[in-house]
Ligand binder design. Structure first.
Ligand code: GDP
Length: 753
């Protein structure tokens, strides 16, 4: 069939926002204007095109990240725009992470009244981590209290970014009618508020032409309402151009010499600086009133990267363990990442993939390189907002869905069988909350097994485990809502009837003191014996590095390893992200043969999973293997594995183990009259107030609260404020559980045995 569009004319983008900022509405409008959907869904009525699942419609939130293919014409060229849907709700940050992994650029939507909200902050940091270039869309300019400059200031102050307004809204609140474009010096005015409304474009000079303004009450009201005059415009525009020039070595001289920069030069420069993450272009609009969407799409094409503007993707060759790169090009070997698995009512199992290199044809075979399995691609689908299109092949840089891949999980790499590579997988956070599930009948028990396996395949932050003591099934996830939705799907899609327990906090364990211990597993009475012996030092990892450890580079980890061993060479070390566990091998002179080091590490790692206090996973520890001995005949891997686990448990017992609990960042927006009630209640929940501020007539309380204290908070808050307050919550960090409470948790754990 051949590639229907050029690689450099492709944009893989995500739209990110705090819940309610207008992500769904903006996406809908984008899909309308790119021509793929003609019957617009409205979030308020619960018919949004991108929100597929029933629960999403009922709750009015977007959970899944379906990818939708659209196109946009710019200067006579057709661009392919793939929109990867990212969730707005805080319980689903992993969905954001996973989409960030596969998109090249993002549009961040802000509410013109609220500015930067906590979830946008979290998402922003994640986008920083993946080095995703962004543009910002200040939405809801029609709202009471809309303040474009305020949003720009909060982007600068709270996100530490360098926002460059490329437009200024023409009017605000009821008088918001369009945008003034600083680059082209043009004004766009939408003449109605309906979908597909007509708009006019004219030179900015007309705004200062009294006769014109007098003839146009809409323009006059907009200028007056936002206090815009020529001086205001010139000052703003000059600042913007200066800012663009300052970030561009090639333009700065020209600018300083007083020469005029051409529109083309400015556009190129903005593109370059945006791709280098030096600046963030900002636009304004009202998705709901259908204003500002077309210029936003122009900006997506003008300023966000194509797959060839981002660095080649990195991976490991599973045969040689060597690092390899794949460039975005059709003539490279095929490689793709499975980033989303969904059950689709029409075609069943759908696996969304992002192709990084090469071409994939339907009917061909690929390698699932992490698992070493071969998969047949029976059908390829391009997903549009309102239809699915069967395609013959998919090319580098594009996104599509595959039908019929049974054993592929989210995060798996698919590649050319002859050129295996494992792309860096997606980093998933560990769950913070769990509930027990008890099937009602034997038949439900069987169905539960199938349901859990499928759901876990789709969602890697959702885990299923069995309580070793009670045999109960436990499901764990990222928040109460996350688990509620899973339980809901279990019921609706898999028809499993079950009793659901109360949510429980997923605690962690760590240590506070250094300890040294020995593990000896020696049995030498007749016949072939057992001999494993090792000596280890157990260190707490300095708390300052905890939160960022997942993102630490090899150099940082090396420095940490050196710190742990107290200077000098750190020897050989290995790092386990999930447990934030550093294993350092300081064996010299062969006191333990090489082949027994890995079993020792494996033994310790297993022991980490079941902490000594209450059986929770242990995190943030470093183990230094310092000595040991072996026996020529009796030593084997198993003996060293047991010795490692014995040494670790022994050391832990002396290392002042403590329990850690998840602490959540919570933001409550509450009218003045309920402030005292909300404060009083938060105080009773072991919270730490981080600050309060006034935002458009409402008070915003920012607070950190242990997750254990937040169960059922939605209901409590509603009843205390007659439903007038709202809150958002997301995971912040783990902190030590106060000892009295820790006692209770430990007692409960022991009591259940
Ligand atoms: P999401 O949670 O970020 O996906 O936000 P939605 O798109 O669902 O929008 C949240 C609410 O804000 C809905 O009630 C929308 O109708 C409303 N909304 C979205 N965009 C605008 C806008 O430009 N102006 C106004 N006034 N309301 C908007």
């Amino acid at each position: 069939m051949g590639r229907g569009f050029k690689l450099e004319d492709t944009r893989n983008i995500g739209i990110m926002a705090h819940i309610d900022a207008g992500k769904t509405t903006s996406t809908e409008r984008i899909l309308f204007y790119t021509g793929v959907t003609y019957k617009i869904g409205s979030v308020d009525e619960g018919t949004a095109t991108m929100d597929w699942m029933e629960q999403e419609r009922e709750r009015g939130i977007t959970i899944t990240s379906a990818a939708t293919t659209a196109s946009w014409d710019r200067f006579g060229k057709k661009y392919r725009v793939n929109i990867i849907d990212t969730p707005g709700h805080v319980d689903f940050t992993v969905e954001v992470e996973r989409s960030l992994r596969v998109l090249d650029g993002a549009v961040c939507v802000f509410d013109s009244v609220a500015g930067v909200q906590p979830q946008s902050e979290t998402v922003w940091r994640q986008a920083d981590k993946y080095r995703v270039p962004r543009i910002c869309f200040v939405n809801k300019m029609d709202r009471m209290g809309a303040d474009f400059d305020h949003v720009i200031r909060t982007i600068r102050a709270r996100l530490g970014a360098h926002p460059v307004p490329l437009q200024f809204p023409l009017g605000r609140e009821d008088n918001f009618i369009g945008v003034i474009d600083f680059i082209e010096q043009k004004v766009v005015v939408w003449l109605e508020e309906t979908l597909g409304a007509k708009f006019e474009i004219f030179e900015v000079e007309k705004l200062w032409d009294k006769a014109f303004v007098d003839s146009r009450p809409d323009v006059a009201a907009a200028l007056k309402g936002a206090a815009i005059d020529k001086k205001f415009y010139d000052d703003h525009r000059n600042k913007v151009i200066e800012y663009i020039a300052e970030h561009d070595d090639e333009l700065i001289d020209k600018y300083l010499n007083g020469e005029t920069l051409t529109i083309d030069e400015m556009r190129k420069s903005i593109r370059k600086s945006t791709l280098l993450l030096k600046i963030v272009p900002v636009l304004a609009g009202s998705a709901f009133k259908n204003k500002g969407i077309q210029p936003l799409l122009d900006a997506v094409v003008d300023y966000l990267p194509s797959p060839i503007d981002v660095p080649p993707v990195e991976g490991t060759n599973p045969e040689t363990d060597e690092a390899e790169l794949r460039r975005a090009s059709d003539d490279q070997p095929f490689s793709a990442l499975a980033f989303k698995i969904m059950s689709d009512p029409f075609v069943g199992h759908l696996t969304y993939i992002r192709v990084y290199s090469g071409v994939l044809k339907s009917g061909s075979y690929v390698l699932n390189s992490g698992k070493g399995t071969r998969e047949r691609i029976s059908r390829l689908l391009q997903m549009h907002a309102n239809k699915r299109e069967e395609i013959e092949d998919v090319y580098a840089g594009d996104i599509c869905a595959c039908v019929g891949l049974k054993s592929v999980n989210t995060g798996d790499t698919l590649c050319d069988e002859q050129k295996p590579i494992i792309l860096e997988s997606i980093d998933f956070p560990a769950p913070v909350i769990s509930v027990a599930i008890e099937p009602k009948t034997k038949a439900d028990q069987d169905k539960l097994g199938v349901a859990m396996q499928r759901l876990a395949q789709e969602d890697p932050t959702f885990r299923v485990s069995t309580e070793p003591d009670t045999g109960q099934t436990l499901i764990s996830g990222m928040g109460e809502l996350h688990l509620e939705i899973i339980v809901d799907r279990m019921l609706r899609e898999y028809n499993v009837q079950a009793n659901v327990g109360r949510p429980q906090v997923a605690y962690r364990e760590t240590i506070r003191k250094k300890a040294v211990a020995e593990g000896k597993y020696i049995k030498q009475t007749g016949g072939k014996g057992q001999y494993g012996h090792c000596k280890i030092e157990l260190h707490p990892i300095p708390s300052s590095s905890h939160e960022s450890m997942k993102e630490m580079s090899t150099d940082d980890l090396d420095a940490l390893a050196k710190e742990v061993v107290g200077g000098g060479s750190a020897g050989k070390w290995k790092f386990d992200k999930e447990h934030r566990f550093l294993f350092i091998d300081k064996i010299v002179g062969g006191s333990i043969p090489r082949e027994f080091i890995a079993p020792i590490e494996a033994g310790i790692r297993e022991a980490l999973d079941n902490g000594i206090l209450a059986g929770f996973p242990t995190v943030d520890v470093a183990v230094v293997l310092i000595d040991g001995s072996y026996h020529d005949v009796d030593s084997n891997e198993m003996a060293f594995k047991i010795a490692g686990s014995m040494a670790y448990k022994e050391a832990c017992a002396r290392a002042k183990a403590v329990l850690l609990e998840p602490i959540m960042k919570v933001e409550v927006v509450v009218p003045e009259e309920y402030m005292a009630a909300v404060f009083g209640d938060l105080n009773a929940r072991r919270s730490a107030i981080q600050g309060t501020e006034n935002r458009a007539g409402s008070n915003v309380i920012r607070v950190e609260v242990p997750l254990a204290q937040m169960f059922g908070y939605a209901t409590d808050l509603r009843s205390r404020t007659q439903g007038r307050a709202t809150f958002t919550m997301h995971f912040s960090h783990y902190a030590e559980l106060p000892s009295a409470l820790a006692e209770e948790v430990i007692k409960k754990h022991r009591g259940e045995k």
